[in-house]
Write a protein that binds this ligand. Structure first.
Ligand code: ZN
Length: 240
């Protein structure tokens, strides 16, 4: 009786843990058990969407084990493709603000620069019901005013710690190798709309798994993180 009772409790705990993992990541098969994720978390980020390739990216992420990422969308593209934005959100990914027209924000007058961020947050909120809480400046070009604009809109600036340079015409294997220079807690820069980046997704996920790293969400970091000498930001990857 005692043994049976204990095993029943054991089963109950296992079921509860399973339910919790489903609650944390709807529909995911990625329970964070055993060695998995013991290396920590890194964030996959895809800028410049939604694009005509977004659906294929979402499928690649599903096929790689229901991996979740953060899509920093361009407001004008989101406005033109509401289904793209909604689908990203519906599949459990996070949506960040990447400005409305992808300008170099520091070169704009104050009102125009602020409108770039404000209008993008409005579009994302209208389409998904939730305004972004993270913002990435186009080209990583930022200054104190840009960060203040983001803060006024409830957003934390996010740069990156691993730049894949995936836009430069390099092959998928090189994109993956660049991504896999990431350290635990780090943030990988990738772009929507590139066939080579799409091809790199399973390679990146496999490479992370070899290091017991899992794809995580972006959270605020109390301590500054260096993007490159002279530029820090306050965000890191953590469990979803
Ligand atoms: Zn961009």
């Amino acid at each position: 009786m005692k043994t049976r009772g204990r095993s029943r409790i054991g089963l109950g705990v296992a079921v509860a843990a399973l339910m919790a993992s489903f609650a944390a990541a709807p529909g995911t098969a990625q329970a964070d058990s055993g060695r998995r994720c013991s290396g920590g978390y890194v964030a996959l980020t895809f800028d410049d969407g939604p694009t005509s390739a977004t659906a294929a990216y979402l499928k690649a992420l599903r096929d790689a084990g229901r991996v979740r990422a953060t899509f920093f969308v361009t407001g004008s593209l989101a406005q033109a493709d509401p289904d793209g934005t909604r689908r990203i959100a519906a599949e459990g990914h996070a949506i960040g603000n990447h400005s409305y027209t992808h300008p170099n924000l520091v070169e704009l007058d104050a009102a125009t620069a602020f409108a770039e961020l404000r209008d993008t947050s409005r579009v994302v909120r209208a389409q998904t019901g939730r305004a972004p809480v993270f913002f990435r400046p186009p080209f990583g070009s930022t200054d104190a005013r840009t960060r203040q604009d983001a803060a006024r809109l409830g957003m934390t600036e996010v740069i990156w710690t691993a730049d894949t340079v995936d836009w430069s015409g390099i092959p998928a294997d090189t994109i993956a190798a660049n991504a896999l220079t990431v350290r635990p807690g780090g943030i990988i820069l990738l772009h929507d709309g590139l066939p080579t980046t799409l091809e790199a997704i399973p390679k990146i996920v496999d490479g992370l798994a070899e290091r017991d790293l899992c794809a995580g969400r972006i959270v605020r970091s109390a301590t500054p993180v260096e993007a490159w000498p002279g530029l820090t930001f306050h965000a890191k990857a953590a469990r979803w």
